[in-house]
Design a protein around this ligand. Structure first.
Ligand code: ZN
Length: 252
C-alpha cells in the first residue's frame, strides 16, 4: 500500500501510529486523524466521524458528509476511516519525500515570494508619486492665491486631489504588507521537520483543508511563508492517482 520510495523509518512510524490509534490500548477514544480538515466537495459541509456496527457486532468507522447526515440531499458516499487516512497520509509522505516534489515546492514558493517583494517595492513608487502630487497641489494653490483662477486650474486641483486620495489608499494597503524573505534551506527544513512528525502532528502542521469527492481528493497545504493571506495565489504541488482517486495537492 505504501510505495517503497517512502523512507522505511517514516513508513514504520506512521503505520505504527495509525495502528496504535486503531486499537488504542490505553485510550478508549478513537482518533480521527483528518477530523476538522475534511470538507465535502459536493455540498461544502464538513465531513465528520461516523461509527457503525456490522452484523457481527464489530465497530466500523467512517468519514461521512455532515450535510448528507442531515439529509441536505448530498449524495457523497461514506469512506472507511482507515482507508482514507492511509491514502492521505501515504500520499503526503510519499510526495514530500521526493526531492523532485520538494524542488517544485521550493521553486513555486520562491517565485511567489519574488512576486510579492516586487509588488511590495510598489510602496517606494507610490511614495515618490505622493510627494510629486503634494508639490503640484501646492503650486496650483499658489497660482489660485495669486488670482490665477481658471476652469483649467480648478479642474487640475480636483484631479490632483483625487489622485492624492487614491495614493493614500494604495499606500495604506502596501504598508499593511510585511516583506518576508524565506530561503531555500528554510523551506526544505520546514518539510523535513514535518516529515519527522507522527501522523496527527503532520496533518495538523501541514494540512489546511482536504476537499473530498467520490473520485477526487484535493489536499491544501498551509504556506510555510508568512505573506499576508490576500497575496496568496497558491502553488501547485502534485497531481496523481492513488487507489481510485485523483489526488491533487496545492499550497495556498
Ligand atoms: Zn456533502
Amino acid at each position: 500500500m505504501y510505495p517503497q520510495i517512502v523512507p522505511r523509518e517514516i513508513f514504520d512510524r506512521v503505520r505504527s501510529k495509525i495502528t496504535a490509534n486503531k486499537y488504542g490500548k490505553l485510550s478508549v477514544e478513537v482518533v480521527y486523524l483528518l477530523r476538522h480538515k475534511l470538507k465535502c466537495g459536493y455540498c461544502g459541509q464538513p465531513i465528520s466521524a461516523e461509527t457503525g456496527t456490522s452484523k457481527t457486532g464489530a465497530k466500523k468507522r467512517y468519514y461521512k458528509c455532515y450535510g448528507r447526515k442531515n439529509h441536505n440531499g448530498c449524495q457523497k458516499s461514506m469512506m472507511r476511516k482507515d482507508q482514507l487516512e492511509n491514502l492521505v497520509v501515504s500520499t503526503i509522505i510519499d510526495e514530500l519525500s521526493k526531492p523532485k516534489t520538494l524542488d517544485q515546492i521550493v521553486a513555486g514558493l520562491l517565485e511567489e515570494q519574488e512576486r510579492y517583494i516586487k509588488e511590495h517595492y510598489m510602496l517606494n513608487v507610490l511614495l515618490r508619486e505622493q510627494r510629486q502630487v503634494e508639490t503640484s497641489i501646492e503650486n496650483v494653490m499658489e497660482a489660485i492665491e495669486r488670482g490665477v483662477i481658471t476652469n483649467t486650474t480648478t479642474k487640475r486641483l480636483k484631479d490632483l486631489e483625487a489622485r492624492q486620495e487614491e495614493l493614500d489608499r494604495q499606500i495604506l494597503i502596501e504598508r499593511s504588507k510585511n516583506a518576508v524573505r524565506v530561503s531555500v534551506e528554510e523551506i526544505k527544513m520546514y518539510y523535513k521537520e514535518a516529515l519527522a512528525l507522527e501522523a496527527q502532528m503532520l496533518i495538523n502542521y501541514i494540512v489546511k483543508e482536504i476537499v473530498m469527492y467520490d473520485d477526487k481528493i484535493e489536499i491544501f497545504f498551509h504556506k510555510p511563508t508568512r505573506n499576508s493571506p490576500d497575496e496568496s495565489r497558491g502553488c501547485f504541488v502534485y497531481k496523481g492517482r492513488n487507489e481510485n482517486f485523483d489526488v491533487q495537492i496545492w499550497i495556498v
